[in-house]
Design a protein around this ligand. Structure first.
Ligand code: NFM
Length: 217
């Protein structure tokens, strides 16, 4: 675990990681200065993203070779199950904030990100690449929202629930399990696959930056 591949990537791409996890959108939640219009825009767009992410997560499960450990399958299955609760949460937030999901139009950064998830779902993408991508997507939200829960954070109380959803210790443990899973399978993969996985990791970080940018405009 100490010298896992993902840890090396995190060290090698610190700036992009910082841009994705300490974006001004997140910092403005943390210091309480957020424009609630931005939060509502993020909420609606993220609901659309999560609908696409469900398909991606299901595809990750389908890609796992039949001979992987049952506990490896359980980690991915657990993530898929959690998405059902997450979608219910989005729906209850939609009435809380008066954001109508049925008339939402996906914005460009969201469409681009969702298209990338579809590309990763192609049968030609190796399962170790999508495992790494799955981890990266979850890790960014965990790392970002966890900062809004720190004791000195001034997160507005009405946003605390959103930050808790991805910033809590259980979600962190799930991200660590995904990371270990990705590292284990990357280690068994060719240099070529490892390189593809690192590229996917970078593309996810930049897609997350664009997603936050979109929410702040
Ligand atoms: C844009 C984006 N990235 C990551 C997540 C977290 N994963 C599932 O909820 C998310 N909801 N939205």
């Amino acid at each position: 675990m100490e010298d896992g591949m993902t840890k090396r990537w995190l060290g090698a791409h610190k700036e992009l990681l910082h841009a994705a996890t300490r974006h001004s959108f997140i910092l403005s939640i943390r210091d309480g200065s957020i424009d609630l219009g931005c939060f509502k825009r993020w909420l609606g767009q993220d609901y659309l993203f999560v609908r696409a992410f469900v398909r991606f997560a299901a595809n990750v499960l389908v890609k796992l070779p039949k001979d992987v450990a049952e506990t490896d399958i359980d980690v991915v299955l657990g993530g898929i199950c959690a998405l059902e609760k997450e979608i219910s949460w989005f729906r209850s937030e939609s009435s809380k904030w008066g954001v109508h999901f049925d008339t939402l139009i996906p914005q460009k950064a969201n469409e681009d990100y969702c298209r990338f998830l579809e590309e990763l779902s192609a049968s030609s993408t190796h399962y170790a690449v999508v495992l790494a991508a799955f981890w990266a997507i979850e890790m960014v939200y965990n790392d970002a929202f966890a900062t809004c829960l720190e004791t000195d954070a001034k997160t507005p109380s009405e946003l605390y629930d959103a930050c808790e959803r991805w910033g809590n210790a259980g979600f962190k443990a799930y991200c660590t399990a995904l990371q270990q899973l990705a590292d284990k399978h990357l280690q068994m993969s060719s240099i070529d696959i490892q390189g593809q996985a690192e590229q996917a990791f970078l593309k996810i970080l930049s897609s997350e930056v664009e997603f936050w940018n979109m929410s702040c405009q």
